[in-house]
Design a protein around this ligand. Structure first.
Ligand code: AMP
Ligand code: GLY
Length: 423
């Protein structure tokens, strides 16, 4: 089979690497992809947000499967256009992608499906926000009710900061604070059946120790040696399957990756949020350990036949991804800074340098082109070994203004950002 990956970030690079490893996948195409993906995929200069252009490319390349990586094209209906054209697509319809596109919608579905989550109020006026903050208490959690690239949420003890964030957003969801380590669980779904991947953990704040503002993710690792071994199974039963039933009942069956962001609270796992795609960088280490064919899995899901293929298997050992971000991230980003050392890092055993915000200049130099620039991913015998390998490789890479955390996947593994509250 041949596969078209839509998107250009670290998630799409990691997907392309895993697809290229699947013996059933003869060719990988990317729209538009990135300089790192060129080693395993044919790149096409196509706008991922244009449903017509993506559908046309899928037809021209004759691919058997399209995997839409990021949320924005999914929310915009790219998967719907592919479905209309009769092309198998891994990624939800616009109606199903609302699980990520609208926090209020996702809370409504969770309530209808009986999924354990934080109590919440959807608010549009300052008076409603003030009442909800007082009802649900401090630490305050205020979420923009729309896509905000991981920056729409403020968690704070400062009531004025909470009110100011709400005022800047318009419609918001105010939530009860969930206390406990956060886990990312990716469920591959075909509308009715779900298959969980191995859980991972994502380090969201920019600075060591979980300090500073939220980012799209500064690093990740798997497996979670400290978590209950049946966590994925329990979450599929208590969260994913009821959600799939509720979405089907609403006429919007969910086909794609349901990314369940969980807090492991004293009362058990509770959902922090849904995303309609794989997490990045959280899925990177998960895909490094995947021991069964990714193309076969995603194709079966896209065709509604997940029950016919064997569940995903994972190798022993561990994997860690460390993100290298550009100057100014997450408030801004820096473009055009020259990057060195990538080839040397990538050549180390067990290491993949995953591109996210990179570009090639006309004279062929690799430069920064976004906030999260690269992720250095390494596999090892255990988390400590994978972590040591990832940092040893990351040490070889430099560019002006490079930012990275030094504590990705460090001890204590169970207690990370969950409790990081500002104010
Ligand atoms: P989200 O965009 O919903 O993923 O939120 C971003 C981050 O804010 C999460 O990864 C959590 O660290 C934090 N967060 C969101 N909702 C809550 C909550 N109800 N309780 C505690 N932390 C939260
Ligand atoms: N790493 C968090 C996300 O992909 O949303």
């Amino acid at each position: 089979m041949s596969v078209l990956v839509v998107g250009s970030g670290g998630r799409e690079h990691a997907l392309a690497l895993a697809l290229a490893r699947d013996p059933a996948v003869a060719a990988v195409h990317a729209a538009p992809g990135n300089p790192g993906m060129a080693a395993v995929a044919t790149l096409h200069e196509v706008d991922p947000m244009s449903a017509a252009a993506v559908t046309d490319l899928a037809r021209r390349t004759g691919v058997d499967l399209v995997v839409v990586g990021p949320e924005a094209p999914l929310v915009a209906g790219v998967a719907d256009a592919l479905a209309d054209a009769g092309i198998a697509c891994f990624g939800p319809s616009a109606a199903a992608a609302r699980l990520e596109g609208s926090k209020a919608f996702s809370k409504e579905v969770m309530a209808a499906a009986g999924v354990p989550t934080a109590r919440a109020r959807t608010c549009t006026t300052p008076e409603e926000v003030a009442a909800a903050l007082d009802e649900l208490g401090s630490p305050y959690v205020v979420k923009h009710d729309a896509l905000a690239a991981g920056k729409g949420v403020v968690v704070t003890r400062d009531r004025d900061e909470a009110l100011a964030h709400a005022a800047a957003c318009g419609r918001v969801v105010v939530e009860e604070f969930l206390d406990g380590p956060e886990v990312s669980l990716f469920a591959v779904c075909d509308g009715t059946t779900a298959r969980a991947l191995q859980p991972a953990q994502d380090f969201k704040r920019i600075h060591d120790g979980g300090r500073g503002p939220n980012t799209g993710g500064m690093g990740s690792y798997t497996p979670l040696g400290w978590a209950q071994p049946d966590l994925a199974e329990r979450v599929v039963e208590a969260v994913v399957e009821p959600t799939l039933r509720e979405m089907a009942r609403r006429g919007a069956p969910f086909v794609g990756c349901l990314y369940v962001g969980l807090a492991l609270t004293a009362d058990g796992p509770r959902v922090i949020e849904y995303n309609c795609r794989f997490g990045d960088p959280d899925v990177q280490p998960v895909l490094a350990l995947l021991d069964s064919p990714l193309g076969v899995l995603l194709h079966a899901a896209a065709r509604g036949r997940l029950a016919d293929v064997s569940p995903p298997r994972f190798g022993a050992g561990a994997a860690v991804s460390v993100v290298l971000a550009s100057a100014g991230y997450p408030a801004s980003s820096s473009k055009g800074d020259v990057i060195t050392g990538v080839a040397d890092a990538d050549a180390l055993p067990g290491v993949d340098v995953i591109h996210a915000g990179t570009a090639l200049t006309e004279d062929g130099r690799l430069v920064t082109a976004g906030g999260r620039v690269l992720a250095v991913r390494a596999v090892g015998t255990d988390v400590a070994d994978a972590r040591a390998r990832a940092y040893a490789a990351a040490d070889l890479i430099s560019f002006p203004g490079l930012q990275r955390r030094s504590d990705i996947a460090a001890e204590p593994l169970g207690v990370v950002e969950g409790a990081a509250v500002r104010g």
